[in-house]
Write a protein that binds this ligand. Structure first.
Ligand code: AKB
Length: 317
């Protein structure tokens, strides 16, 4: 029986993935961990305080619980990373290298590590960005994700570590808040709309970015991790895509439900980051290799969020 450790379980992705994994492995077999105190998202799970920069402490927790699979989600995202590049590089790289080394030493069955569309840069083709293409990231987050992809492939090729990865687009969920990304506006906008407040967007109205609703992201992650190893032919990271939209399009989808909702645009330092990323992604390799297919488009996502978010709003205050 597999025992799964989620590192970064209290974050935007971790708090939903932990629940997704408990449906596969059973709640007793999923250990939630984070550098911060446990939050309500991990209630009912065994929890460990864990700093992934501390290799020895991480290895001890892996031994203590007989862990066979690690989902290493802890990272500094694009916008936050630009505030302190050295810190972001150090955390993003050392954390990954600690986990890969432990996986090698302890023969862990599988490792999951998220990459991002931030691996692409200004010279990358922006429409239907291919799996294999020019990658010249110009944020420290993107540089660390690109380097991380190379390390994942290296540990797979040289040491047989079964590490798998997805280049996530912007992730949008209503159960948790993002922290420090360039795509965060697409979560904040729903909170403002439901509060009856005006939304000032930090990206321009026509900035297209690849995005994905959280249930699709959880499904993609678990589908990749549960796929037979021989189907996982990309050992750097897979392109996956679902939706591409601009701020004005997401606003229009909200206005269909809440006609009073208003938005204005005030691009800031995150605009050039968004401009360096693709508009849309070609994920045909993931579709062919392990059968990836999204379920939600923009309208379906907006309808679901506006239906379910209102009852959770008090928990964010
Ligand atoms: C960010 O905006 O930094 C992240 C990402 C696209 O990886 N959401």
């Amino acid at each position: 029986m597999d025992k799964v450790l989620v590192i970064g379980a209290c974050g935007q992705l971790g708090s939903e993935l932990t629940h997704g994994l408990s449906k596969v492995f059973g709640q007793d077999n999923v250990i939630a961990s984070d550098i911060s105190n446990p939050n309500s998202a991990v209630e009912g799970f065994q929890f460990e305080r864990l700093d992934v920069m501390d290799a020895e402490g991480t290895a001890e927790i892996i031994d203590k619980h007989g862990i066979t699979q690690v989902y290493h989600l802890a990272a500094i995202l694009s916008a936050k990373g630009e505030e302190n590049p050295q810190w972001a590089w150090n955390l993003n790289m050392t954390g990954l290298l600690n986990i890969l080394e432990i996986a090698k030493e302890k023969n862990l069955r599988k490792v999951y590590w998220p990459s991002s569309i931030a691996v692409f840069g200004p010279s990358t083709p922006v429409d239907n960005t291919p799996q294999h293409t020019v990658m010249d990231p110009n944020t420290v987050y993107g540089i660390s994700k690109q380097a991380g992809e190379r390390w994942c492939e290296y540990y797979f090729e040289k040491y047989g570590v079964d590490v798998r990865s997805i280049r996530y687009p912007g992730l949008i969920g209503y159960k948790s808040l993002p922290g420090g990304g360039t795509t965060d506006y697409a979560v904040d906008i729903y909170h403002k709309a439901l509060a009856g407040e005006h939304f000032e967007c930090f990206l321009s109205e026509d900035t297209y970015l690849p995005m994905m609703y959280m249930p699709d992201a959880i499904k993609a992650t678990i589908d990749l991790m549960e796929a037979p190893a021989e189907n996982v032919k990309v050992r750097s990271s897979y392109n996956v895509s679902a939706i591409s939209f601009s701020p004005s399009e997401i606003a229009a989808s909200i206005q269909k439900h809440l006609p009073e909702f208003s938005i204005s645009y005030h691009p800031d330092f995150r605009q050039p980051i968004a401009d360096s990323w693709p508009n849309s992604i070609d994920d045909s390799v993931a579709r062919n290799d392990w059968g990836w297919k999204e379920a939600y488009d923009l309208e379906a996502m907006t309808t679901d969020i506006l239906k379910n978010l209102p009852e959770l709003i008090p928990s964010f205050q």
